[in-house]
Design a protein around this ligand. Structure first.
Ligand SMILES: Cc1cc2nc3c(=O)[nH]c(=O)nc-3n(C[C@H](O)[C@H](O)[C@H](O)COP(=O)(O)OP(=O)(O)OC[C@H]3O[C@@H](n4cnc5c(N)ncnc54)[C@H](O)[C@@H]3O)c2cc1C
Length: 399
């Protein structure tokens, strides 16, 4: 078979671009195909051209010095010296129409009694509710932690696998603990995609994949492309639909991994027109939105921006704006710009590790790689760790 490309990646989120970058390190050129008209997926520093250079994160917002694979990519791209420290601002709770401190929901005595259990409690195979109720106490879990976790993953957290949240990783001491970039986290996908060995085509939705000789044939709206190595870097439902014939066991392993849609409302106000001091964001307790993340960590002299992550279908448009403004102590007439974005995150369940072990057994020895934020966990680093290991499995010589 004559192949058009050595390696094709489907999906230009951080998992797919990371896979292209690791393949480049191993000496493979890559074509990345992205369905939407924008690269970055959940990394989306939303720019408002009418407000000059102002942006607000509509998805991922923070990287940490424990993100070793990410930092190695930033080193390659010369970006490590450009990281920006995030200003220290805290989260508030939004409970029953009031903004409250996090401490107000913490049961200190219960936490002090429970916390020694953290040294012997195991996370493996347990749900978030089960594990964190043990190590911080039932009441702390019910009144605070479950809402904080829901705020992070923007979906119900009780049944989420405990091992997929907050994996401990070594920190790189020469890098600021929590960071972003002056132009937001979208700087990362942009820089990866700008490398000459990586070609990215947007507006290219892959609808079907067929096995062809030793490689693959990909069906797009107007053409068919062929490649030797293929990496799927798409959400689990899309991967399930695209996995080609001949990989039935792989497809069966991931059949019931769900996806949680998140309806994000981005609002911008003029500085001084909001009744809330600078905050990192709001953690909502049983409200229509799970969380709000602010741009206050990188203050702008003119504007303040907020991304409210709503439960799908909760409230109509007008009511969402009213609710967000109420939570910020302002009114809709002060909004200077707004945008709507749909994010999607995997809805993992206990027993996830077994599904992934079955998938990996089915992929072993094949040129098909599958990566994403639905293997080790949802963080940027978890996604890149999977992308790297899928490249190592097939290309081996990653520098
Ligand atoms: C609101 C929010 C806040 C977050 N905050 C943080 C944070 O602060 N720190 C952190 O570490 N992580 C954070 N995360 C998690 C992290 O941002 C994501 O898990 C990660 O960016 C996902 O990357 P991905 O490439 O795996 O998936 P995605 O970003 O979803 O990318 C998948 C890509 O595949 C494309 N695609 C889908 N179907 C097709 C097809 N058929 N053909 C071609 N392309 C297709 C999609 O358009 C998309 O671009 C956050 C996530 C969200 C939603």
């Amino acid at each position: 078979m004559s192949t058009d490309f050595d390696h094709i990646v489907i999906g230009a989120g951080i998992s797919g671009l990371g896979a292209a970058h690791f393949a480049r390190r191993a000496g493979h050129r890559t074509l990345v195909l992205e369905a939407s008209d924008r690269i970055g997926g959940c990394l989306n520093s939303y720019h408002f051209p009418e407000l000059g250079s102002f942006w607000t994160e509509a998805g991922g917002h923070t990287c940490f010095n424990s993100y070793g694979n990410l930092l190695s990519i930033l080193d390659d791209l010369g970006l490590t010296s450009r990281v920006q420290a995030k200003q220290k601002v805290g989260y508030l709770l939004w409970r029953q129409g009031q903004r409250e401190s996090i401490r107000s929901a913490l049961h200190l005595w219960e936490a002090a009694r429970s916390i020694p259990r953290i040294f012997r409690a195991r996370k493996d195979g347990r749900s978030v509710a089960d594990y964190y109720s043990e190590v911080l106490g039932q009441r702390n879990y019910q009144d605070l932690l479950r809402h904080a976790f829901q705020a992070v993953i923007c979906q119900p957290a009780d049944d989420y696998p405990a091992e997929a949240l907050f994996r401990r990783k070594p920190r790189r001491k020469d890098v600021i603990k929590a960071f972003t970039f002056a132009e937001g986290l979208s700087a990362i996908p942009q820089a990866i995609a700008a490398q000459p060995e990586i070609e990215v085509r947007t507006g290219q939705r892959v609808s079907e994949i067929r096995r062809a000789d030793q490689g693959f044939q990909l069906q797009l709206a107007e053409q068919t492309l062929a490649c030797n190595h293929l990496t799927l870097a798409v959400p689990p439902d899309v991967a399930h639909a695209l996995i080609p014939e001949g990989f039935e066991e792989a497809r069966a392993a991931i059949a019931d991994i769900g996806v949680a849609p998140i309806e994000t409302l981005v609002l911008v106000f003029r500085n001084g027109e909001i009744g809330v001091k600078p905050i990192a964001g709001l953690i909502a307790v049983e409200d229509a939105f799970y969380s709000a993340v602010s741009r206050d960590f990188l203050p702008d002299p003119r504007y303040r921006g907020f991304a409210f992550h709503f439960r799908p279908g909760a409230l109509n448009e007008e009511a969402r704006i009213e609710r967000a403004c109420l939570a910020l102590g302002t009114t809709p007439r002060h909004i200077v710009a707004q945008a709507r974005v749909t994010n999607r995150l995997p809805a993992l369940k206990r027993g996830h590790g077994t599904r992934i072990a079955q998938l990996d057994a089915a992929l072993a020895g094949t040129p098909l790689g599958i990566t994403g934020n639905w293997f080790l966990g949802v963080s940027i680093e978890d996604a890149l760790t999977r992308s790297r290991s899928e490249c190592e499995r097939r290309f081996r010589h990653i520098m």
